[in-house]
Each structure stands twice: as C-alpha cells, then as structure tokens.
Design a protein around this ligand. Structure first.
Ligand code: KG4
Ligand code: ZN
Length: 356
C-alpha cells in the first residue's frame, strides 16, 4: 500500500480514530479519541441468520454492505463528529468470513485514502484480548488470555502487544460454537449461548452428568464436539414431548461441563507459563457461570482475573479501535498493514514498529 507512505506515523495532533468491524454477523463502528472511546454502535444480524441455524456468509456480506454506511452516519450524528474530524481509520482484517471482512476493510481503506490519513488492519482476536482495556480495570502483559468466542477457543500467553504464544486450543468446535449447537438441540434459536445459559439457571445441578472432554489429558488442548453428541444421546433417552425441566437440567449439565474444562485448562496454562494474571475474552466470556467459576478459582489461587465489560464481550468495533490506538501509539506504521486474511494465526503477528 504505497499511498500511506507520506502520512504521519505517530499521532501528533488530536486523534479521532474510526474503527469498523464486519468479520462475522455484527456490523459495528466506533470512534476513539485521546481520552478513550467516544461512542460506538453495533447492529446485529442474529435475527436474520437464526432461521438457518447459523451464519449464512453471503447474506452476512450483503447486509454489512447495506448497513455499514448508515451505521457510521448514526455514529457521527450521535457523537457530533464527522468525516472531517477523522485522523485515522481501522478495520478488522481477519480472521473471519472472507466476503464479510472485505466490507469494513474496503470501506475503511477508501475513507483513509480519500482523507489522506492512516489505515490500520486489525486482528480480531488481538482486539478481543485487549478489550479489557475498555473497562475500569485494564491490565498490561504478561498474562494468559482465554479467548472463547463463536469461532475460536484458545489459551494464549501474551508476552506483549503483538507477541503471542499459543498454549492450547480446541481441536474441533469452539466453545461458543458448542453452546450454539447445544442450544439448537435443546430447542433454542441461533445464536443460543446466552439463551442456553439463561435456561440452565432453571436447571437442577447434577441431575444429568455429561463428559468433561480431554480433562484427564495433560496439557491445554481442548475438544467440544463430542460433548454435543453426548447431549444428543441424553436428549434421545428422555420421554417425548420433552419437558422444560428436563431441557433446563440438560442445559445446566452442558454448561457445567464446558465451564469446568475451560477453568481447569486456563489454570493449567497459568501454571505452565508462571503467569499470575488471566484475561478472559470473546463472546463466551459474557457467561455468568464461567465468570463465577473463574473468579472463585482465581481468588483461591491468588490470581488476578479480568473480564471485559459485558457490553464488549461479543463482537464490537470499540475493541478494534482500542487495539488500533494501542498499536499506533506503540509505533505501528500504517504501511505495515495487511490485506484481508480469513485465517490468521495470532502467533504470526509482530510487535508494533518491529518490521523493517
Ligand atoms: O466473540 P463473538 O461475538 O463472535 C465471534 O468472534 O465468534 O462470540 C459469539 C459467541 C456465540 O457462539 C454466542 O453464543 C456466545 O459467544 N455467547 C455466549 C454467551 N453470550 C454469547 N455463550 C455462552 N454464554 C453466554 N452468556
Ligand atoms: Zn469475536
């Protein structure tokens, strides 16, 4: 990208950064300044995709293309800002759905080009990892990050911004994906993680017991696809029509299994790295039972645990803005920005300003 070469590399004037996110099924925009988040907007496509039981990529891209500009206009109107105020633009560059990613990335690049200001392509998971910085208790590396979203479940040793070591990951379904599939089996609509969790609160703990996949194996590898099959068999063994109490008991058992595995593997990662701080992020970090279990274990082990504010657990553009701001401040050059990457391992990232 040669057209960025003459723009200032570091923020030297009052900064207003516009960030855009369209990697999956949330269309989102945020404005960020010297004193932090100015405002943000999210438009979820969940209702659009729920009848298909999952995200339909082509529909997602089409709706992002339709909704992103009006969303930015609303954000400008509500915050009293305009295109003339922008000093940088950022957008998610990956990982995510290819067509969907291109919507925010292309619009962001075009805006930056038209205004002659820097553009930053941001890694979606790096943004989740630093989303705790949007809350009242930000935390600096080193720490272990438990990234639990609809598409990823990873334990990452975060040495510094841009310096990551993968400690463990799911071999198949992500935790959020497992929640969503289980929710469909139990008769809830997509995306069912939060709904399954709400139903689980009505259930009686211990009435059903589902497996704890890979818990008895050393290390931090995880697997959640077998759990969904175990749930299916448990459901089939119940009398028809399925009673709400049985569905609630099973939701409770399913949530208990996932939570126990995530807690145990997170504390193994802490032990392996010698870290005393854990950051939990991604959509599933909104789960109340996971938060309670991790907080209790952390207190007992003198470990600090940080969750993003619930508002910023699921996909949003505020986290994209925040990490773009951190990178820019740390010397990231816009010319280093990457094209859209649907697959993009976290450990292939570089520290800001480290590329020759
Ligand atoms: O981070 P995110 O918004 O999107 C991805 O980057 O994938 O995560 C979405 C996932 C969905 O699978 C959703 O069901 C799950 O997060 N989720 C939850 C809860 N809230 C959202 N899972 C369990 N309990 C919740 N309260
Ligand atoms: Zn996400």
């Amino acid at each position: 990208m040669v057209f960025y070469q003459n723009v200032p590399c570091l923020p030297t004037q009052a900064v207003t950064l516009l960030a855009l996110e369209t990697s999956c099924d949330e269309t989102a925009a945020a404005l960020y300044g010297e004193r932090g988040l100015i405002g943000h907007r999210i438009q979820s496509q969940a209702a659009r995709h729920s009848r298909y039981g999952g995200v339909v990529p082509e529909l997602a891209s089409r709706d992002h293309a339709r909704d992103l500009l009006p969303l930015i206009e609303t954000l400008f109107r509500d915050t009293g800002q305009g295109i003339q105020d922008l000093t940088a633009v950022a957008a998610t560059a990956g990982p995510g759905l290819p067509g969907a990613l291109h919507v925010a990335h292309a619009l962001g690049q075009s805006l930056a080009f038209a205004r002659g200001i820097p553009f930053f392509g941001i890694h979606h998971l790096e943004a989740h990892i630093f989303s705790g910085g949007l809350g009242p208790t930000p935390i600096d590396p080193p720490f272990v990050a438990l990234v639990v979203s609809g598409g990823h479940t990873e334990l990452v040793f975060v040495r510094a911004l841009g310096c990551y070591e993968l400690i463990g990951a799911t071999r198949d379904d992500a935790a959020g994906e497992a929640f969503d599939k289980a929710a469909l089996l139990i008769g809830l609509s997509y995306p069912g993680g939060a709904a399954l969790s709400a139903l689980a609160r009505e259930g009686v703990p211990g009435r059903f017991r589902l497996p704890r996949p890979m818990l008895d194996q050393d290390g931090c590898e995880m697997s959640f696809s077998g759990l969904k099959t175990a749930l299916l068999y448990a459901l089939r063994a119940l009398p028809e029509p399925l009673r709400r109490a049985h569905r609630a008991d099973l939701a409770c058992a399913f949530e208990a299994s996932i939570v126990e595995v995530l807690v145990e593997k997170s504390f193994r990662a802490l032990a392996m790295t010698g870290c005393r701080a854990l950051v939990v992020c991604g959509g599933v970090s909104a789960n109340a039972r996971l938060r309670e279990a991790l907080s209790a274990r952390a207190e007992a082990s003198a470990v600090r645990v940080v969750f993003p504010p619930t508002e910023f657990c699921t996909d949003n553009a505020a986290m994209i803005a925040h990490v773009a701001w951190l990178r820019w401040k740390a010397g990231e050059h816009p010319a280093d920005t990457v094209p859209v990457r649907t697959r993009w391992p976290l450990d292939s990232l570089a520290q800001p300003g480290s590329r020759a």
